[in-house]
Structure formats: structure tokens, C-alpha cells
Design a protein around this ligand. Sequence first.
Ligand SMILES: NC(=O)C1=CN([C@@H]2O[C@H](COP(=O)(O)OP(=O)(O)OC[C@H]3O[C@@H](n4cnc5c(N)ncnc54)[C@H](OP(=O)(O)O)[C@@H]3O)[C@@H](O)[C@H]2O)C=CC1
Ligand SMILES: O=C(O)C1=N[C@H](C(=O)O)C[C@H](O)C1
Length: 249
Amino acid sequence: MKIALLGYGKMGKIIEKIALSRKHEIVLTIDHETLHDLTTENLQKADVVIEFTTPASVLSNIEHCFNANVPVVIGTTGWYEKLPEVKQQCIEGNKSLLWASNFSVGVNVFFYVNKLLAKVMNKYPYYEVQVEEIHHTQKMDSPSGTAITIAEGIINNTDTKNEWINVLTTDDSDDDANVAPNQLLIESLRIDSVPGTHTVIYDSEVDSIEFKHTAHNRNGFALGAVLAAEWLHDKKGFYSVEAMFDFNS
Ligand SMILES: NC(=O)C1=CN([C@@H]2O[C@H](COP(=O)(O)OP(=O)(O)OC[C@H]3O[C@@H](n4cnc5c(N)ncnc54)[C@H](OP(=O)(O)O)[C@@H]3O)[C@@H](O)[C@H]2O)C=CC1
Ligand SMILES: O=C(O)C1=N[C@H](C(=O)O)C[C@H](O)C1
């Protein structure tokens, strides 16, 4: 497949290596320096686009891909309030888009088990639940997209929580956040070069249960994005990464 990479930073560069190792060809790479190359003509040289940029640029990049009629895989986080609008544009225009807050297989297994666990824990409301995420200090958005997906998995499977709130800290201090009983706390921590750690904690007076995923590096995210591009390139429609995984069979 011919792949265009929008975003050639930490993720874009690893995605390039993995795509080449899977015998794909990179026909376009875009960062700030090469922004002038982001044209419909250049995008149309690709079978599929993989987009890992910034919350500020993702929406215009989606528009470029829709205009060029090229399927696009979106890894960028921090724009999810616009998902319904983008979904409508995609379906009405007969375009192709797949998005994920996290492309790694391990995290997608985690998402699945998180929902099952939330259903079980809903029977024991004396456990207070919270989500913790830790990422590198260059991360622009908080909470992480992954933490939002985890929180939604809990909210949709419990009676006690109906919204999440976020507290961002740069150290491990234990300041108590002001959280109403209906709110699910997402604590975001920013520490040096952490690739991404997510923990769901159920705490009671007598014990705690911790369910944790630790990314050791970014390779799992990048491989998942390439697998998503392989899956999407000949399809039409709007998909989340869940469509790619079938944990029920
Ligand atoms: N879904 C998932 O599995 C994962 C998602 N992510 C998300 O992916 C995104 C990127 O992460 P990461 O690679 O670590 O970030 P980096 O900051 O390392 O890279 C971002 C890249 O985007 C480029 N860029 C900035 N603005 C534009 C623009 N207008 N058009 C095209 N390119 C642009 C930057 O160029 P320049 O350097 O020239 O400014 C840079 O090359 C983040 O939102 C992150 O949260 C990250 C890991 C996994
Ligand atoms: O910015 C990152 O690095 C990551 N972002 C994604 C997110 O916001 O969840 C996925 C991963 O955790 C790394």
C-alpha cells in the first residue's frame, strides 16, 4: 500500500519504520517544514493516510483527506468533542475514517475487560472508582484520549457515575480533588518520558483493586495504526478501532 503520513514526530517516525517493514511505501510525510506539500494532488498519491499530529491541526487534516477522497486513520487525541460532527460529514460525504484513542492491542483488550469489570463492580457500590493516567511532559492534551475511552467504558456500565472530571498534576502530590458522587475522577500526571500508563482503581475501606496497562514504548501504538490502515484502505464509512477487534468470538 502507498501511505501518506500527516505528522512526522514521535509517532510518525515509528509508523514509517513499521510500515516499511510490512512492505508498504511512504509516499508523503508532513510536518511544519513540509506543510506546503499538503495538497489534494499529493494526498491522492496514497491509498491511505495515517494522521498523528496535534489537536489544533487534526480537523483541517481530516478535511484535506475528505476533499482528496482518501481513507484516513486518525491517532491524534484531544478533539473528541467534534466526533459527532466529523462522523456526520464522513457518512454524508461517503468518505472513510477510522479513529482510536489508542491503537495498541493490549489497550484494546484493556478497554474490553474494563467494561466487564465495571459491570461486576456496579454490584458493589461501596468501592469508589477512579482512573489515573501518566504520560510524558510533551503531551498537549489532558486527560489522555485513552483515559477518556476508559472513563466512558465505566460510566456506560455503572449506575453511580454519569460524567468524568479531570485533574492534571505534574508531580505525585496527594492533593484531594473536589469530586461529586456522580463524577468519575481522571487524574493526569506528567512525568519525563513515560509513553503511557493507565490504571483503574476501585477502592474500599477494606481493600483496593488496581487494573493497569503500561506501555513500555510506542511500538504497539504504531503497529496498531498500520494494521488499521491495512484494514480501512478499501472500506467506506466511519469506524472506531473497536470495529477491527472481535473479542467476542
Ligand atoms: N491513538 C494512539 O494510539 C496514539 C495517539 N497519540 C497521539 O498522536 C498525536 C501525536 O503524537 P506524537 O507523535 O507523540 O507527537 P509529536 O509532537 O512528536 O508529533 C506531532 C507531529 O505533528 C506535526 N504537525 C504539527 N502541526 C501539523 C500540521 N498542521 N499538519 C501536519 N503536521 C503537523 C509536527 O510537526 P513539527 O514537529 O514540525 O511541529 C510533528 O511532526 C498526539 O495527539 C498523541 O496524543 C500518540 C500515541 C498513540
Ligand atoms: O500522547 C501520547 O503519547 C499518547 N496519547 C494517546 C492518548 O492520549 O491516550 C495514546 C497513548 O497513551 C500515548
